[in-house]
Design a protein around this ligand. Structure first.
Ligand code: PAF
Length: 296
């Protein structure tokens, strides 16, 4: 007979803001839960950042499904919630504490939590900003609020949400917040699909076709021009039956279209970015873009 023993976690789980004091100056991984290997890679990197510092700081993961950044109420409702597995994974990855506030801790009734001014990378590119109106206002609001509550010295974000990372870097700089922002490379499934909490909603045939996102990014490598790279991405995505929202090459920090000056450089600071729909799931991904030298 196998006796099942309840697993006791060592990681501290904090619900209440009154317990946040000792976490001051932490190394922080903000998440919305439904954690996967991509998040655990952030936590492991946070441990590495912490260990590189002389002062021992706690590594803190927040798990909060932030309602203000969802522009589709159905998406908010069905967002996966998996706290027990998340806590076990965070502990294994080396986190010291998990902060899982209730909505009233982040948005206290009767108190207005300000949204900081949005940087231009949150409004100008016409990428996530155009396709998810209000999304970056919600992201900036909650990230600023979490920074206020936890006062981290370092915060880590995945490169998969490339525009979000650029927005948070720009907001942190504009507000002169004393926190270093770290971008961590995307973790992929064996077929190249970027890990995402929403991948669980892909039906088996959609899951197989979703690998076209990575193939599309790879197809840009053979292209000497940004318009050729964009055409190549669109071709691969449409052939796999994905509905493309955007597939474009942009300057990597501002996310604005490349200028003739960028294009005349053999090594422009450029990024290929994709958003596409497959069934009920919206997928995003990105990769650096280096123009190939045309063969002579
Ligand atoms: O990337 C996410 O999971 C969220 O946008 C974040 C940064 C945790 C804010 O809610």
């Amino acid at each position: 007979v196998i006796e099942l023993v309840p697993i006791r976690l060592l990681v501290r789980i904090i619900h209440d803001n009154s317990e946040l004091g000792p976490l001051d100056s932490c190394v922080f991984v903000p998440t919305m839960g439904a954690l996967h290997e991509g998040h655990f890679a952030l936590v492991r990197e946070a441990v590495r950042v912490r260990n590189a510092n002389a002062v021992r700081k706690p590594v803190v993961v927040s798990i909060f499904v932030n309602p203000t950044q969802f522009n589709d109420p159905k998406d908010l409702e069905r967002y996966p919630r998996t706290l027990e597995a998340d806590a076990a994974g965070c502990e294994q990855a080396g986190a010291d504490a998990i902060y899982t506030p209730r909505p009233e801790h982040i948005y206290p009734p009767g108190q207005t939590i300000p949204t900081p001014p949005l940087p231009s990378v949150a409004t100008m590119p016409g990428l996530e900003d155009a396709h998810r109106p209000g999304h970056f206002a919600g992201v900036c609001q909650v990230v600023h609020r979490l920074f206020d509550l936890l006062r981290p010295s370092h915060a880590l974000f995945g490169e998969k949400d490339w525009q979000q990372l650029a927005v948070i870097r720009a907001m942190t700089a504009a507000e002169r917040l004393p926190v270093s922002i770290h971008g961590i490379p995307t973790i992929r499934e064996p077929d190249g699909l970027a890990m995402s909490s929403r991948n669980v909603f892909l039906k088996p045939d959609e899951r197989a076709r979703a690998a076209a996102m990575f193939r599309a990014l790879n197809a840009t490598n053979a292209e000497p021009t940004s318009s050729g790279a964009e055409h190549a991405m669109n071709t691969v995505l449409r052939a796999a039956g994905l509905t493309v929202e955007y597939a474009c090459v942009r300057e990597a920090d501002t996310l604005l279209p490349l200028t003739p000056e960028h294009l005349s450089s053999t090594n422009p600071h450029a990024r290929a970015l994709i958003a596409a729909r497959l069934g009920s799931v919206r997928l995003i991904d990105n990769a650096p873009w280096h123009p190939s030298t045309p063969s002579r």
